[in-house]
Design a protein around this ligand. Structure first.
Ligand code: FAD
Length: 323
């Protein structure tokens, strides 16, 4: 029986890969189900490897390309409508810079209106990055957990200390074993706005306050996310909320009438280069550092963990091995 400590997106993905290869798995988490206690709860659910390539390194783009299919294979509702990248007129230099780094189809006003009729007239230039996808992280976590339980994965609730043979997926709580892990705070808002129908994630470029909006269906939109070098998991600040809401309002004034349903914050677990790692130390396999790419990279990381345990293949993101 392999013990996976931590039932966030990383732990569940590892459990899915190992269980799928016939291994007996127990997942231990402090809490009984997905919820605000873990970072995975606050994610936007964008599976956008190309757009992330604007700032992320090559492995994120390459490994992230497998995510949409993997999640669909696990029964998640993956929506494949690409990403719409927009800039207001005053920020058009941002769009030109983005388009130099990210492959996409340039759009004029008519093209934007054809993709998202409710955004007609709100921006004159954009980019459509096809092949990207999104999902609802909360429904996905709950669905995967139920699926794994039905497959025979055992779920236990409690505090655990990883020991030899265990897989440590404790997110930021693993700093006791991974001292170079840091937190990068992210704040988000959930709105309800029934009068506006946006069907795919929209990124609004801005030199200081870039915004993304992820539709969750039935008039719900997740706005995200700040990125601050801080481990603080406390409530979102007024400034962060103001920035997110102002950007949404600049994208479409209809957001001014939205109901604010939720304001949240958490700290993303990240290493110095913002790339994830599989690290073996004292017989424990630590899988961590997903940064802003939890749903994007957990599938590839989980596959590498399973390849190592089942077939002895050294993972490409294994930076250390002390037995
Ligand atoms: C605002 C925001 C937006 C984001 N948007 C996206 C996005 O659009 N796309 C994307 O791919 N990623 C996104 N992310 C990043 C993503 O959420 C994280 O990378 C991911 O959640 C990290 O997952 P994890 O499983 O490593 O950690 P966590 O989700 O924190 O899970 C760790 C688990 O370990 C458990 N645990 C800890 N210690 C113990 C212990 N001793 N015993 C038992 N259990 C323990 C905890 O209870 C927790 O459930 C976003 C993050 C934020 C904050």
């Amino acid at each position: 029986m392999i013990r996976v400590i931590g039932g966030g997106v990383m732990g569940l993905a590892v459990a899915a890969e190992l269980s799928g290869r016939g291994r007996a798995v127990t997942v231990i988490d402090r809490e009984r189900q997905a919820g605000p206690h873990h970072c995975s709860w606050w994610a936007g659910g964008m599976l956008a490897p190309d757009c992330e390539g604007e700032t992320a390194e090559e492995p994120v783009v390459r490994l992230g390309r497998a995510a949409a299919d993997w999640w669909a294979g696990q029964g998640a509702r993956v929506i494949r409508r690409g990403t719409l990248v927009l800039a207001l007129d005053r920020d058009r230099a941002e769009l030109a810079r983005f388009a130099r780094r990210v492959p996409g189809a340039p759009l004029e006003a008519e093209g934007i209106a054809a993709l998202e009729p409710d955004l007609a007239g709100q921006a004159r230039r954009g980019l459509h990055v096809a092949g990207e996808a999104h999902l609802d992280p909360r429904a996905t976590l709950a669905g995967l957990r139920a699926r794994l339980a039905a497959q025979g994965v055992v779920f236990e609730t409690g505090e655990a200390r990883p020991g030899p043979g265990d897989i440590d997926c404790r997110g930021l709580a693993a700093r006791d074993a991974l001292p170079d892990l840091r937190g990068v705070r992210g704040e988000m808002v959930v709105l309800r706005l029934r009068d506006l129908d946006i069907t795919r994630p929209v990124r609004l470029l801005h030199p200081r306050h870039p915004l993304y909006i992820v539709p969750r269906g039935q008039g719900l939109y997740m706005l995200g996310a700040t990125q601050i070098e801080s481990e603080g998991r406390g409530p979102a600040t007024a400034r962060a909320v103001l920035e997110l809401l102002s950007a949404a309002y600049a994208l479409h004034p209809a957001f001014g009438a939205a109901e604010v349903l939720e304001i949240g914050a958490d700290a993303r677990p990240a290493f110095a280069d913002n790339l994830p790692r599989i690290r073996r130390r004292g017989g424990v396999i630590h899988v961590n550092g997903l940064f802003r790419h939890g749903f994007l990279l957990a599938p590839a990381m989980a596959r590498m963990v399973a390849d190592r345990l089942c077939d002895g293949i050294t993972p490409e993101v294994c930076d250390e091995d002390h037995g």
